[in-house]
Ligand binder design. Structure first.
Ligand code: ADP
Length: 480
């Protein structure tokens, strides 16, 4: 059997930094391919060409192809660019009607079904051109999870696939009729049980069943989602996968890294004062002073920040429940995030009620995030679950101590009492205890600076994880 030392990989996803970003997946897909290219993996990326793709980076049209979708011929235009600071090619698939209008706030399943069909057409195009023939298509989350099924059934292709689950909560559920448009028949779907057949499309579920391998973004989250309630549909898809394979097939968890070029307090041009591990105390003091002056909060308080989508996953309910106790601890709390409108409203009322302690901003603002990472003392992450989490890794790189629930990637990346504080997942009382511990450290400058330095010493670069992905690709392409 041929050994693939360096497989060609086409990485597919719906957001890629810096072209388009909504959350952690965008960071991952912007940084992993660069790290892979440094270890001789020809990794290229494909994403949809939305109207809002940032145009400040060169993108040129390189061709087009036709696909049949909903019984009509559709043209897909291919544009090519490069991920900045690298030679990694990124391909954008454009179709004026079905891709450029993707409504990301609603994330309608049909539009992503079209994108997935377009990916398979694009792979054919690549093969015809003989430029780059992928050995593996690496799919990410539900938006691209139908690619394994489409490759197998619609294209009769034997190309291998890896599905990485970045968040199990979002599964891409919709009407089965979306699959008619993609010319997939019901019989191609795996029927879960005779008594309980598939009646709705679950894009992630189909990916779990049909991909050559499934992985997720931290070892702890892999453990947690493999053990979830047996009655849940996703468990059944995992189970069905093993039944079809005729053997057990554990989920692999590979931790995400962060882009240490972008997130680097020594070179960060956005923050007011650059600093490193030696100058962390002075550097953070100055950044804190500027930050708090800018937003009008007192400088001499321990300052906690939350950065992330305002959705129930992130444990906003714990903050709402304990707001009074938090304020009584005489802290500053700054919240930056956007997401679920009713939750945003509750946070807004909180910020109005406690305007001497709490600030909230419901926009997506990269520059402000940098200032918060540099100028805060602590980052608060009371997540109910966290597949990997980048916020805690970025904050540690800036010497900002995470106070976080003991779950998923938070448990894997934070060392309790050494690089951060962990508390029992979902317990608001434990959260308050952890915050009190953090405040105690804050009052002891030597201990605080020691902890900051421990956190800054952690290596969250992609280098380690890229090696693990390379090994995983090799094992998929040429299983022993
Ligand atoms: P998730 O993938 O669940 O959204 P992560 O912790 O993995 O959460 O990644 C979140 C990423 O998005 C981080 O890079 C964080 O700095 C960034 N981010 C989230 N919300 C905002 C916002 N409102 N403004 C700027 N950056 C944000």
């Amino acid at each position: 059997m041929i050994k693939y030392e360096s497989p060609n990989v086409l990485i597919a996803g719906y957001e890629v930094v810096p072209f388009y970003k909504r959350g952690g997946l965008g960071d991952v897909l912007g940084a992993l391919p660069i790290a892979l290219s440094k270890i001789d993996v020809d990794a290229r990326v494909v994403m949809p060409y939305y109207g809002s793709i940032k145009k400040d980076f060169p993108q040129k049209e390189i061709g087009s192809f036709l696909i049949v979708f909903d019984k009509k011929q559709e043209e897909v235009i291919i544009l090519q660019g490069e991920i900045p600071d690298s030679k990694v090619p990124i391909y954008f698939l454009a179709n004026h009607k079905l891709i450029s209008i993707i409504n990301l706030s609603k994330k309608r399943i049909e539009e992503f079904v079209f994108f997935d069909v377009a990916i398979t057409g694009f792979i054919n195009w690549l093969e015809d051109q003989g430029k780059f023939i992928p050995d593996i298509v690496h799919c990410n989350d539900w938006h691209t999870a139908l690619v394994p099924l489409l490759l197998k059934r619609r294209m009769k292709s034997t190309i291998k696939t890896l599905l990485t689950i970045h968040n199990l909560e979002y599964q891409g559920q919709g009407s089965l009729s979306a699959l008619d448009q993609a010319e997939i028949e019901d019989k191609d779907l795996k029927i879960i049980t005779k008594q309980n057949p598939v009646t709705k499309l679950n894009a992630l579920g189909e990916g779990i069943v049909h991909a050559s391998k499934v992985s997720t973004v931290s070892p702890q989250y892999a453990k947690e989602i493999s053990q979830i309630n047996r009655r849940t549909k996703i468990y059944r898809y995992l189970h069905l996968r093993e039944k079809i394979l005729g053997r057990s097939d554990s989920l692999i968890g590979i931790l995400n890294g962060i882009d240490t070029q972008i997130w680097n307090p020594q070179r960060d041009n956005i923050i007011s004062h650059k600093y490193d591990i030696e100058t962390v105390e002075n550097g953070k003091n100055k950044n804190k002073e500027n930050l708090l002056k800018e937003i009008g909060l007192p400088i001499n308080r321990p300052t906690f920040t939350m950065i992330g989508r305002i959705v129930s996953q992130k444990g906003i309910d714990l903050i709402l429940e304990k707001a009074k106790e938090l304020v009584d601890l005489d802290i500053n709390l700054i919240i930056l995030g956007s997401g679920f409108k009713p939750l945003e409203k509750s946070v807004q009322s909180l910020a109005q009620k406690y305007k001497n302690n709490i600030r909230a901003s419901f926009i997506f603002k990269e520059e402000f995030a940098h200032k918060l990472y540099a100028g805060s003392d602590f980052v608060l992450m009371p997540s109910h679950y966290e597949p990997c989490g980048l916020v805690q890794m970025i904050s540690m790189r800036y010497g900002t101590i995470p106070v976080a629930s003991k779950t998923g990637g938070l448990k894997d990346t934070i060392e309790n009492n050494k690089t951060g504080f962990l508390f029992k997942n979902g317990s608001s009382a434990d959260m308050i205890e952890a915050i009190k511990k953090a405040i105690k450290i804050y009052q002891d400058r030597d201990k605080l600076n020691k902890m900051r330095r421990e956190a800054m010493r952690e290596d969250f670069s992609w280098d380690k994880s890229a090696i693990l992905y390379k090994k995983l690709y090799q094992s998929i392409v040429s299983p022993s």
